[in-house]
Ligand binder design. Structure first.
Ligand SMILES: NC(=O)c1ccc[n+]([C@@H]2O[C@H](COP(=O)([O-])OP(=O)(O)OC[C@H]3O[C@@H](n4cnc5c(N)ncnc54)[C@H](O)[C@@H]3O)[C@@H](O)[C@H]2O)c1
Length: 321
């Protein structure tokens, strides 16, 4: 049986996805019913000023428990994490936040009989042995980054809580997310966001992966739609739980540059691959998301051209006016 989402906690709410997800959740469930949280604060952010807000470190189990109980939370959207590039610089912190944090969220949800937990995974769950083209839902998961290791472990842990404790836990393997609201927080696909900012601010960009690096990407409105469609799906319709492939775009860095050049013809890009190239090379170029389509009706709305037009329009408003 699928219980209703009524009182929500968002962790990592100041992050790239959390900030826009919090906005959507407040729209859907009411401003006062969505408690946003993060380990840091930012008084200038609408996440902090636009509704209930607490500072919360997800690695601290007592504070997680107290926040859930005091605020009568019944559903958690767990966005707090250390991402791939930052994770390689501090693997121990990545493990602590991604694994201890996820376990604290799952345990608190289990003890308090919560209605729903949404915990994202990532295309970083894949590795060099995974088929790179149209990567299947069920496939080899042997990532070589610590971030990927935590994402595979997180998927397995979430599915364990579904089967062992009947807890309603769901999650998607997000591709690289492109957005104009909040800058990304240290992932390997950050170039796909930076390139738009630099196109407007400087008219040139030095990209940290090679021109022909193709990765799965998704525009933020599709990311929010996928998250909410899965969160609100009937649990009885799900065969998978925490590891849905979701596809939208498969584009190279050069494709993105070319789509920007249709609007800013003299935009210049050079390519100086760094340590993140090696991470990108272990990830798929695109995923088979038929399970998400069949089980909860996934369909993307945005292609490269419509995304580029929208990104440039929004960033011009944000950066130039
Ligand atoms: N953005 C992407 O392209 C992408 C792709 C695949 C998966 N994901 C996943 O989506 C989720 C959200 O990612 P994002 O891009 O918004 O990340 P982000 O780095 O932008 O935000 C993460 C937030 O977590 C917070 N945080 C870090 N440690 C914390 C702690 N101990 N307690 C509480 N908060 C803490 C940070 O302050 C930050 O605001 C993560 O699980 C991430 O792995 C993101």
């Amino acid at each position: 049986m699928t219980r209703k989402i009524t009182r929500v906690l968002v962790t990592g709410a100041l992050g790239q996805i959390g900030s826009e997800l919090t906005d959507e959740l407040r729209e859907r469930y009411g401003r006062d019913n969505v408690v946003a949280s993060d380990i840091r604060s930012d008084e200038s952010s609408p996440v902090v000023t636009g509704g209930p807000w607490v500072v919360l470190d997800v690695t601290d189990p007592e504070t997680v428990e107290k926040t859930i109980v005091d605020n009568r939370i019944d559903s958690i959207f767990h966005m707090a994490a250390i991402l791939s590039a930052t994770g390689e610089k501090n693997p121990q912190l990545c493990w602590k936040v991604n694994m201890d944090g996820t376990l604290n969220i799952l345990e608190t949800a289990r003890r308090n009989n919560l209605a729903r937990v949404v915990i994202p995974s990532s295309i970083a769950a894949f590795g060099p042995e995974t088929p790179r083209y149209n990567t299947p839902q069920e496939t080899i998961l042997r990532p070589k980054t610590i971030y990927g290791v935590t994402k595979v472990s997180g998927e397995l842990l979430c599915d364990y809580y579904v089967r062992k404790y009947d807890l309603d836990v769901r999650g998607l393997r997000y591709p690289g997310i492109i957005s104009s609201e909040t800058l990304p927080g240290g992932g390997t696909t950050d170039y796909a966001v930076e390139i738009y900012y630099k196109a407007i601010e400087e008219g040139r960009y030095t990209c940290f992966v090679k021109k022909d690096t193709m990765l799965p990407m998704m525009y933020m409105p599709d990311c929010i739609k996928a998250t909410m469609n899965l969160a609100e799906a009937d649990f009885d319709d799900l065969v998978h739980y925490s590891d849905f492939n979701v596809g939208a775009l498969s584009v190279t860095a050069g494709d993105i540059a070319e789509s920007i050049r249709k609007h800013i013809p003299d935009f210049e890009v050079d390519y100086e691959p760094d340590y993140r190239q090696a991470i990108a090379d272990t990830w798929p170029t695109g995923v088979d998301d038929s399970a998400a389509r069949e089980e909860w009706g996934w369909q993307s709305d945005w292609d490269l051209e419509s995304m580029t037009e929208d990104m440039l329009r929004k960033l011009r408003m944000k950066l130039l006016f």
